[in-house]
Design a binder for this molecule. Structure first.
Ligand code: ZN
Length: 264
């Protein structure tokens, strides 16, 4: 972790310690910590999907993303991935990036620092086994970072990232229209990181359908602005910030596929 990133992590930890629970999920905090809210290149948008991989729903998202020709970043739960290792590999092989969400979906505020570290390490190891490269990104359940989360992420070489706009697709009564309205209110614009879920394992049963239904319109919004959808490492210029770290993206064949399908 660079000195700059470390400084961001330390200041974020200070905010968490002094401002109380769930603070990092609040929009004002995310706006003032640009490294956390996923503010990326002005010409790209990052679509992120949390809580999978889920054999009931994730394949629908993969088919839709392939049809639309865009890459996404999946923040996976180790406990889900362990039950569907083939699906985890498929996400990688189809050109998407995979980040760490946790092993369980418990809030880090309710776990000891040792338990948090163990969960993140175990999930990162699973991703390494499936992708052949370690994950780079970490997003905690509920977007809630504890001081223990930040220490564990730093030790594991994971960079915390939240989002700039969400669809609130996990809510009871969410529809494609409400998901789109929430995302547009937060901003489907250059530099944005969008949050949706490809599993309902921590939400209202069936809620992923509203997120899936919104994908085509989200991509349409981006295309009208001449934006390109990018994996998190491309969106946040990981290579430029960490020149010594080799690209741990998708296999060469799929990388070419995604590049040629990118819009804008
Ligand atoms: Zn989640």
């Amino acid at each position: 972790m660079s000195r700059r990133l470390l400084a961001v992590s330390v200041s974020a930890a200070a905010v968490v310690l002094h401002a109380g629970p769930a603070v990092t999920a609040l929009p004002p905090v995310r706006r003032h910590l640009p490294a956390l809210n996923g503010a990326g290149r002005p010409g790209t948008v990052a679509l992120t999907l949390d809580d999978g991989p889920d054999p009931r729903s994730t394949p629908h998202f993969l088919r839709s993303l392939a049809r639309l020709g865009i890459p996404a970043t999946f923040f996976v739960l180790g406990g889900m991935a362990a039950r569907s290792p083939g699906l985890l590999r498929r996400i990688h092989e189809e050109g998407h990036e995979i980040g760490v969400h946790g092993w369980t979906h418990r809030s880090h505020l309710r776990m000891s620092p040792g338990r948090v570290h163990g969960e993140l390490a175990r999930t990162a190891e699973l991703i390494l086994g499936a992708c052949g490269a370690p994950p780079r990104w970490f997003r905690p359940p509920y977007g809630v970072l504890s001081a223990g989360s930040l220490v564990a992420a730093a030790r594991l070489g994971l960079r915390p990232v939240l989002w700039s706009a969400w669809g609130r697709d996990w809510e009871a009564g969410a529809t494609t229209a409400t998901v789109l309205a929430h995302l547009r209110a937060g901003g489907i614009r250059g530099g944005a990181t969008l949050l949706l879920h490809d599993s309902d394992c921590a939400a209202v049963p069936g809620s992923w359908g509203s997120a899936l239904g919104a994908l085509t319109s989200i991509v349409g919004d981006g295309e009208r602005q001449g934006l390109r959808f990018a994996r998190m490492s491309d969106h946040l210029r990981w290579g430029e910030r960490r020149p010594g770290v080799p690209d741990a993206g998708p296999p060469p064949g799929t990388a070419a596929k995604v590049t040629s399908a990118d819009r804008g």
